[in-house]
Each structure stands twice: as structure tokens, then as C-alpha cells.
Design a protein. Structure first.
Length: 433
């Protein structure tokens, strides 16, 4: 009997949440197959089988928190489990042949009994003979005193999941509250806020993902521990846009990557950080750790929330190198393939709310960093060229949030002004960046 255990995930991660079982009880698993997907604070990790065999028991359900080293499933050795493997496709291809199906029945019965306790297994009438429920569902049902055969499920195979238990419990709770309210005498006092929250208005309850919980926790910690301020400026993007228009086709031909705004901003930020190094630092106890390298985090919107993969040694990369790194990291984020090393160790962050239409915002620090630059939407606005002329120019508001504990206002404003000057004269980035 083999065991599937939670492997070492990373130095700072000791637990995870079962996001999805990729194999179910009774499935045959080859060595190296993905069995379960774990959601950690930063990335999702897929655990593979170290041996071949049949999955006989799941010890954790989807949504359960599991520790590193914990056994979460059991696997029957290949020799003892190889016989039933071809039985399933044979009965599907030839449903009229009852003999093989009857021979395989004892093995199937044993598997189902392991999924659902004997007291909950039998069904009456002509319905399905066995009730199948996930371990998390059985645990929730026991804790709430709910009989599994009373719980409706939308699963096409009739399996009861934990969210079915939660929905059934909420429904019963609301019914009991309505009955209790109906039995009370009329009360002229206005209802309390709590009573209003339990009204019949439609709501949807959704569990926060582990990553979303971590994001929420980190953002609150930053606001509670850092003296965060934001300063603003605006950039005339005329020169950058003209340069991109002239060079974009040849740039793509040479490097097989498109020339975007982000490489210009990354180069400008690196140059400004070299001039104002405290924005590339962090606080450790009573000391300042001033970093002499430039690993720039680029905020990317992923399906499970905002993540900040890091472009390493951005000061040593060309425009094409920066654009290529950003494209690769963004694709990993969308495909949920980011590794922990992709997210750790950034020294400064750039976030672009403009891609979603944001005109102005105050970005929150990505602790323990002490600076973050916010980009916004490029919009035509009238700009005074001199005392007599006004022109419509493509303008962008930029915002710098900084930790006032170590960065003074003068330094923050000067940093942002430097970024503005470099972007309005983009050829200078070749010398300064």
C-alpha cells in the first residue's frame, strides 16, 4: 500500500489547500501522473505519483488544508490492482455482457465502501445502490448532523461534494429562521441589521481562494505597518509613442517580441532607482537594506488574483530582453504555471491599471518593498505648449506610492520627476538605463 504525501513546497510554505483532485478513487495511476493540485499562498502545485497503482482512498477533500508531509491519499500496489483495470472499458464497450460486470462487482463494492461509510451507503427503492461522497463532504455532514442521503447534488455521477453540504445546511438554516420569525408575535420595533441580512434577497456565497486570502492579509499588513504616501505626476507620451511607431515593425522582426510601454517604464525606473537608492531598499529591524541589484516586479492579473512575477537584473537587459521576460511571465501567470522563484525577491514594483481603463489610482506597496509605480490610461488632453499655443497630447498620470519611514517627500517627488523626464526623452534611456 503506497501513500501520497504533501511534498516540501518552499522554505516559507508549510501548508496548502487541496484545490482539485485530478484522479478519483478507483482510477489507475501511472508513475509520474498528476494526482492532485494544491493551492498555496503564492502558486498552485501539482503532485505526481511516485509509484503505479490504483487510487484506493482520499484522505483530504477539495478545500481541506493539508500540511507538508501529511498523507492525503493511498495507492494500492500495481500487482494487486492490475486485474480490475481493463474491466471498466470492457463493460462500457459491451454493456450487454453481464458476466464480466458481475465478476468485477466485489472489487467495485470494496472501492465504494471506502468512499462512503457503511451506515450511509445503502439507498432504498430503485435509486443508485451506493452513495458516493468526498471525504470533505462526509466530515462536514458529520459535524452538522446531516444525513448524506437527504442532500441533493448536481454532480452527474451523483457524488456529494462539500459545497452540496454547505448549500443544504444554509437552506435548512434559513428555513428554520423563517419558521421562527413566523411564530413570533408582531413586533413594532424596526428589524435589526442582522435580521435584514437574512432576508429573502438573492445572494451567492463563495469561498475565498487561499491566494485571495493571502493577498488580502498582505495588503492589510502593509497598510498597518508602513507609513504609505502617494505622489503624482503626468507624462507626455508623444515621444515614446512616436518612437514605438517608427521602430515597432523592425523591432518585432529582429526580436520576435512586440515593443510595448513596459520596457520604457522599466528602463526609466531602473535609472531613477540608481539616482535615488532608498526606493530600492527595505527595512529590516533597525537597519536599512539598500539593494544594489534591480529585480523589478511587474504586476499581472491572473485568474486567481493579482500576482507580481519578477524581471531579474532588469538593469542588464535590453528592451527586447525586458519585453520577452514580461511576455513569458504573463503567459505563466495566465496558465497558472508560475513557480515560487518567479515571485520572490523583487526590489521595486510597477503596476499598470491603465490596461483596464484606470485614469488615476494610488497603488499599494508590495511589502517589504518601499516603492511602487502606478501607470495609467493614455488619454488625449489639452496641454499648454507655451503662452500662446495649446495642443492635444497623449498624456498619462503616473503615481508613486512610497514608505515615508525611509523615503522623504523630496526624494519621492524627485524620483517621479526623473521617470517623467526620461520617458519624455526616450532616447536618453539608452544612456541612463
Amino acid at each position: 500500500m503506497g501513500e501520497i504525501k504533501v511534498p516540501e513546497l518552499a522554505e516559507s510554505i508549510s501548508e496548502g489547500t487541496v484545490a482539485q483532485w485530478l484522479k478519483q478513487v478507483g482510477d489507475f495511476v501511472e508513475k509520474g501522473d498528476y494526482i492532485v493540485e494544491l493551492e498555496t499562498d503564492k502558486v498552485n502545485v501539482e503532485i505526481t505519483a511516485e509509484d503505479s497503482g490504483v487510487l484506493t482512498e482520499l484522505l483530504a477533500g477539495e478545500g481541506d488544508t493539508v500540511q507538508v508531509g501529511e498523507t492525503i491519499a493511498r495507492l494500492e500496489a500495481k500487482e494487486g490492482a492490475s486485474a480490475p483495470a481493463p474491466a471498466a472499458p470492457k463493460t462500457e464497450e459491451k454493456p450487454a455482457e453481464e458476466a464480466p460486470k458481475q465478476e468485477a462487482a466485489p472489487a467495485q463494492q470494496k472501492t465504494v465502501e471506502e468512499v462512503a461509510p457503511a451506515a450511509e451507503a445503502p439507498h432504498q427503492g430503485n435509486q443508485k445502490q451506493w452513495l458516493i461522497a468526498s471525504p470533505a463532504a462526509r466530515k462536514a455532514a458529520r459535524e452538522r448532523g446531516i444525513k448524506l442521503d437527504q442532500v441533493p447534488t448536481t454532480d452527474p455521477l451523483g457524488r456529494v461534494r462539500k459545497h452540496d453540504i454547505d448549500s443544504y445546511a444554509d437552506q435548512k438554516s434559513n428555513e428554520q429562521k423563517h419558521q421562527a420569525q413566523a411564530s413570533k408575535p408582531a413586533n413594532p420595533v424596526s428589524p435589526s441589521p442582522a435580521a435584514s441580512e437574512n432576508s429573502d434577497k438573492p445572494v451567492e456565497r463563495e469561498r475565498m481562494s487561499r491566494r485571495r486570502q493571502t493577498i488580502a492579509k498582505r495588503l492589510v499588513e502593509v497598510q498597518q505597518t508602513a507609513a504609505m504616501l502617494t505622489t503624482f505626476n503626468e507624462v507626455d507620451m508623444t515621444a515614446v509613442m512616436a518612437l514605438r511607431k517608427r521602430r515597432k515593425d523592425k523591432f518585432f522582426e529582429q526580436h520576435d517580441v512586440r515593443l510595448g510601454f513596459m520596457s520604457f517604464f522599466t528602463k526609466a525606473v531602473v535609472a531613477a532607482l540608481k539616482k535615488y537608492p532608498l526606493l530600492n531598499a527595505e527595512i529590516q529591524g533597525n537597519e536599512l537594506l539598500i539593494k544594489k541589484f534591480y529585480d523589478i516586479g511587474i504586476a499581472v492579473s491572473a485568474p486567481d488574483g493579482l500576482v507580481v512575477p519578477v524581471v531579474r537584473d532588469a538593469d542588464r537587459k535590453t528592451f527586447a530582453g525586458i519585453e520577452g521576460s514580461i511576455v513569458d511571465l504573463a503567459k505563466k501567470a495566465r496558465d497558472n504555471k508560475l513557480a515560487l522563484k518567479d515571485l520572490q525577491g523583487g526590489t521595486f514594483t510597477i503596476t499598470n491599471g491603465g490596461v483596464f481603463g484606470s485614469l488615476m489610482s494610488t497603488p499599494i506597496l508590495n511589502g517589504p518593498q518601499v516603492g511602487i509605480l502606478g501607470m495609467h490610461k493614455v488619454q488625449l488632453r489639452p496641454v499648454a505648449i507655451d503662452e500662446e499655443r495649446i495642443e492635444n497630447r497623449p498624456m498619462m498620470y503616473i503615481a508613486l506610492s512610497y514608505d515615508h519611514r525611509i523615503v522623504d517627500g523630496k526624494e519621492a517627488v524627485s524620483f517621479l520627476a526623473t521617470v517623467k523626464e526620461l520617458l519624455e526623452d526616450p532616447e536618453s534611456l539608452l544612456l541612463e538605463g
